[in-house]
Write a protein that binds this ligand. Structure first.
Ligand SMILES: C[S@@+](CC[C@H](N)C(=O)[O-])C[C@H]1O[C@@H](n2cnc3c(N)ncnc32)[C@H](O)[C@@H]1O
Length: 187
């Protein structure tokens, strides 16, 4: 997820970030340099303490303040309607109970708040999706629990969000094995 090809999609995904912001699945902090300059502070969560050796130096040198917590997105300790923006990049594929986590995202977003995401997921091409299903079992343990075949758009819509903007990867919207979409969703 450190590819230079992802710099521009990260910039575009995070461009609308505003207000009180929560990033779920912070990882090694790759998004820190992609927030717009108007963002001065974010809250961020990730359960994996092994990533601290990479994320904490990035936090220390970042232009924005990061209030970081080791937490799962399935159980957020924040009050309802706390955030204006929730961000997820390449994280919904790895969260074990993604339906529960998306319910939490919706709960902590203010009405009218935005969920900004950049994710890969299930291809709409049945031939590709069949391969994703076949490979998934072998792939998951090798890739930190990442699922290749989650239907991201419908998972997000089923959580009660209205998808306002979707951008597919090269080859058109949602046509590739690694679907890349970014979007604003209104809770
Ligand atoms: C592929 S990495 C993406 C990291 C970062 N968002 C990026 O764009 O580079 C997936 C991240 O999801 C995190 N993750 C796994 N389970 C999670 C959970 N239950 N709640 C929140 N984050 C989780 C992992 O620890 C990991 O940092």
């Amino acid at each position: 997820m450190s590819s230079p090809m992802l710099r521009e999609p990260r910039d575009r995904t995070l461009a609308p970030a505003r207000g009180r912001i929560l990033e779920i699945g912070f990882g090694t902090g790759r998004n820190l340099t992609h927030y717009p300059p108007t963002v001065r502070r974010i809250e961020a969560i990730d359960p994996d303490a092994d990533l601290d050796r990479l994320s904490l130096p990035r936090i220390a040198h970042a232009a924005i303040d990061v209030d970081f917590h080791h937490l799962n997105a399935e159980h957020l300790p924040f009050e309802d309607a706390r955030f204006d923006t929730v961000v997820s990049t390449f994280t919904l594929c790895s969260i074990p109970d993604v339906v529960h986590a998306l319910g939490e995202v919706r709960r902590v977003l203010k009405p009218g708040g935005q969920f900004l995401f950049l994710e890969h997921g299930r291809s709409p091409d049945p031939k590709v999706a069949r391969w994703q299903d076949r490979l998934n079992r072998a792939w998951m343990p090798l890739a930190g629990g990442c699922h290749l075949n989650r239907p991201m758009r419908s998972l997000i819509e089923d959580a009660g969000a209205e998808v306002r903007r979707v951008h597919g990867g090269r080859g058109g919207e949602e046509k590739r094995i690694a679907v890349i979409s970014f979007s604003c969703c209104i809770a």
